[in-house]
Design a protein around this ligand. Structure first.
Ligand SMILES: [Zn+2]
Length: 339
């Protein structure tokens, strides 16, 4: 479908109408609390520098048709009132297995962190970017569910984006395939009668890989319930395709019971939408009521928003999340408007 045809059928009419210089209307343009656009294709942003948000940006973003902003949990108090006053829904991004603990659990519960096959705990690594909580511990799940529930109860936010749900961090060396902690080992022995430490090729062991994926899926199930108990929507940031998620992060994200799945699509293009071969990773997925809303990071996100063709994204796609600095998101705003 050509862009003009899409506009004629109403899809992005309101948002694009605003880009093209129409006067903002009144209440009918305010977003639903979940950031959904009336036309059915939602533009969200994930600013990489939310602290740079000044007094005028929210209204400018709103005039671009932005319906929601994904903001790191720690930045919510700073930006929430100005964004929400402009009618932009706030999704708090929580790096679930990474940065919820306060005070840090590394001191109180070092045993809760993942353990590599060589016995090294991720909490003891030189870089804390490698410290990941293990989702197999019942105590970890209970704590995270409590904490995410508390985030969802915050009246400053309209929804929660779950991020950082991986079983093997991307930075882990190939032979440090987490997690071989005492709880993971005991649970897998109960399940299969085999000690994962004795597996000759754990990377290729179907039972072991399935066990790891199901630990994450069970965690997501509990977290999603905790958010919905507060009558708010829940989304999850995930690898680009379910296949990549399973292979590299034990993320079986097509099984995750969230409202929106946000695959993070790497691209080096300045303004191009994600390539066909990446999107084809979603084709044929049985997602039910769940929608996909890819996050695209490009050099010129505003141009990308103006040139993307929603019809290329398929019916399972709810919209896109534009990733970039606020300056890049707002660039060209002062250029002459098209007729
Ligand atoms: Zn473990």
């Amino acid at each position: 479908m050509r862009r003009e045809d899409f506009l004629r059928t109403g899809g992005l009419a309101i948002a694009v109408g605003l880009w093209y210089g129409c006067t903002r209307g009144d209440d009918e343009l305010l977003p639903a609390a979940d950031g959904a656009a009336p036309g059915g294709f939602d533009l969200w942003i994930a600013p990489t520098d939310p602290a740079a948000l000044g007094a005028s940006e929210p209204e400018a973003l709103r005039s671009m048709g932005i319906r929601a902003a994904i903001v790191p949990l720690a930045a919510v108090p700073t930006v929430s009132s100005s964004l929400r006053e402009s009618g932009i829904a706030i999704y708090a991004r929580v790096n679930v297995l990474r940065d919820l603990p306060a005070p840090p659990w590394s001191a109180a519960h070092p045993e809760w962190f993942t353990v590599a096959r060589d016995g090294r705990s991720s909490v003891a690594s030189a870089s804390d970017t490698e410290a990941w909580l293990c989702p197999s511990w019942p105590e970890v799940r209970a704590q995270l569910i409590d904490d995410v529930g508390a985030v969802a109860a915050d009246p400053q936010i309209d929804g929660v984006v779950l991020a950082g749900i991986e079983h093997s961090p991307a930075s882990a060396p190939p032979d440090a395939d987490y997690c071989f902690c005492e709880v993971c080992r005991a649970q897998f022995i109960d399940l299969s009668g085999r000690d994962p430490m004795t597996l000759a090729a754990h990377h290729r062991d179907v039972g072991w890989q399935t066990f790891r994926r199901e630990a994450l899926t069970a965690l997501v199930r509990g977290l999603a319930q905790a958010v919905r108990a507060n009558s708010k929507p829940v989304a999850a940031m995930v690898r680009a395709t379910p296949e990549e998620g399973r292979r590299e992060a034990a993320q079986e994200w097509d099984e995750w019971p969230v409202d929106r799945l946000i695959p993070q699509l790497p691209t080096t293009a300045a303004v191009a939408p994600p390539p066909d071969r990446t999107r084809s990773g979603w084709n044929g997925l049985d997602l039910g009521d769940r929608r996909i809303q890819p996050a695209i990071e490009v050099a010129q996100p505003r141009r990308a928003a103006e040139t993307l063709d929603p019809s290329e994204f398929g019916r399972e796609t709810a919209g896109v999340v534009l990733v970039g600095t606020l300056a890049s998101l707002l660039q060209h705003l002062d250029e002459p408007r098209r007729p």
